[in-house]
Design a binder for this molecule. Structure first.
Ligand SMILES: [Zn+2]
Ligand SMILES: [Zn+2]
Length: 339
C-alpha cells in the first residue's frame, strides 16, 4: 500500500509500505480521510519526545473495515469507524483508578504505532468506534480533535451562562469555542493574531479580536464591565497568552490550559493567588468523551465542516507539512484524502 512515512526530522515520504499481519481481534481499515494535528507537526519537526522513525503518523482518521480477524465486539466488514487512539497500560496508578487517558505510559496510534496517513491501517477492534451514518466522512476525521475540546470544557467545570475567552483560534481553539457555544455560554470571545483565522471565527458567528491590534485587558474589561472573564481557555500554546490569561480571568475565575506548551512558559502566579483563581489542565479525553464527541458531531456537522480548510490527496501529501508550517494562518484543519 501507499503510505506517508516519517523517515527523519523534516522528512515525510510517500512510500510503498507492507501492512502487518491481521492478528486475532484486529481489523484492516481502508482509510478515507486523516486529519493533521499539531502533534503531527511535532513528529515532522522531530521534536516529539516518543516518536521514532520510520512511522506512519495520523491519529485522526476515518475509514471502512475491509477485513476483521474474528471480532468479539460485533464489528464487521463494511462498518465505518474511527479509532480511539489512546492505548493505556492497564496497571499504573492512573489506569487502576479508572483514568486510563492519563496512563503513565500512555501510547497513541499514529505516534507510537503506525496510524492513518496511508491507504490502510491495522487497528485492534477494542480501539474502534462506529461512526453515525449521517456524519459525512471528512467531518468524521474531526471527531478526535472535537473530543479534545469536549474534555477541555468538562475539565474546566464550565456551566450554562458562564462566559469565556478562548486564546488562540487554531482548530482546537475554534472547536473549544463551538463546544462552549453548545454548552450555553452567555458570551464567547476568541483572540488570535492572524487575520485569516479571525475572519473565519467571525464567519462562524464568534466575536474574535486581534490581540496584536487591540489591547486585550482593556477589551475584556470593557466587555465584562470591569469584571474579567469567568473562564479563559488557553489554546495557543504561547507564552504571552499564558502570562496574560490570569489577568483576563475574573476573581475566582478559571484558567484552563488546553494548548500544548513545548517549554515551561512563564505564568503570572501572583495574580492567580491574589484572585483565588483555579488553574486547570487538560490533555486528551476519556473513552466516554470520545464516543460522546462522535455522537454529537452529527448535530454539529455544519459548524465542524467550516474548520476544514484543505483536503490534499495522499499522493500529494509529502509537502503538506511544509505548507502548514509556512502558512499556519491560512490552513486551519488540513485533511489527507487517503482513498
Ligand atoms: Zn490530534
Ligand atoms: Zn497505565
Amino acid at each position: 500500500m501507499k503510505a506517508l512515512v516519517y523517515t527523519a526530522p523534516g522528512n515525510m515520504e510517500l512510500k510503498e509500505w507492507k501492512l502487518p499481519e491481521l492478528e486475532s481481534g484486529f481489523a484492516r481499515i481502508k482509510v478515507k480521510y486523516c486529519g493533521i494535528c499539531g502533534s503531527d507537526m511535532g513528529i515532522y519537526a522531530g521534536t516529539h519526545p516518543r516518536t521514532e522513525a520510520p512511522l506512519i503518523p495520523g491519529h485522526e482518521f476515518v475509514g471502512i473495515i475491509e477485513e476483521i480477524n474474528g471480532s468479539k465486539r460485533g464489528f464487521c466488514k463494511g462498518d465505518r469507524v474511527v479509532p480511539f487512539p489512546l492505548i493505556s497500560c492497564g496497571h499504573c496508578i492512573s489506569c487502576r483508578s479508572g483514568r486510563p487517558y492519563i496512563c503513565q505510559t500512555l501510547r497513541l496510534i499514529g505516534i507510537d504505532f503506525d496510524g492513518g496517513m496511508a491507504e490502510y491501517a491495522v487497528v485492534d477492534e477494542n480501539q474502534l468506534v462506529k461512526v453515525d451514518d449521517r456524519l459525512p466522512d471528512p467531518i468524521a476525521a474531526l471527531i478526535e480533535p472535537f473530543a479534545v475540546a469536549v474534555r477541555a470544557v468538562h475539565q474546566s467545570k464550565f456551566t450554562f451562562l458562564d462566559n469565556a475567552l478562548v486564546m488562540g483560534a487554531g482548530p482546537i481553539g475554534i472547536l473549544t469555542a463551538l463546544a462552549l457555544r453548545r454548552s450555553g455560554a452567555s458570551k464567547i470571545i476568541l483572540s488570535d493574531i492572524d487575520d485569516r483565522r479571525i475572519a473565519l471565527c467571525k464567519k462562524m458567528g464568534f466575536d474574535c479580536v486581534n490581540s496584536g491590534d487591540v489591547f486585550l485587558p482593556d477589551y475584556i474589561s470593557d466587555e465584562t464591565g470591569g469584571d474579567g472573564m469567568d473562564f479563559v481557555f488557553e489554546c495557543s500554546g504561547t507564552e504571552p497568552a499564558t502570562y496574560e490569561a490570569t489577568n483576563l480571568a475574573r476573581m475566582q475565575g478559571t484558567v484552563c490550559m488546553v494548548g500544548i506548551h513545548k517549554k515551561p512558559h512563564v505564568s503570572n502566579l501572583p495574580e492567580l493567588s491574589f484572585k483565588e483563581q483555579t488553574l486547570v489542565a487538560t490533555r486528551d479525553y476519556s473513552r466516554q468523551e470520545f464516543e460522546g464527541a462522535a455522537k454529537y458531531a452529527v448535530e454539529m456537522k455544519e459548524e465542524l465542516e467550516q474548520l476544514i480548510s484543505h483536503i490534499i490527496p495522499l499522493s500529494q501529501a509529502e509537502n503538506v507539512f511544509e505548507l502548514i508550517k509556512n502558512q499556519e494562518g491560512e490552513t486551519v484543519k488540513v485533511l489527507i484524502d487517503c482513498r
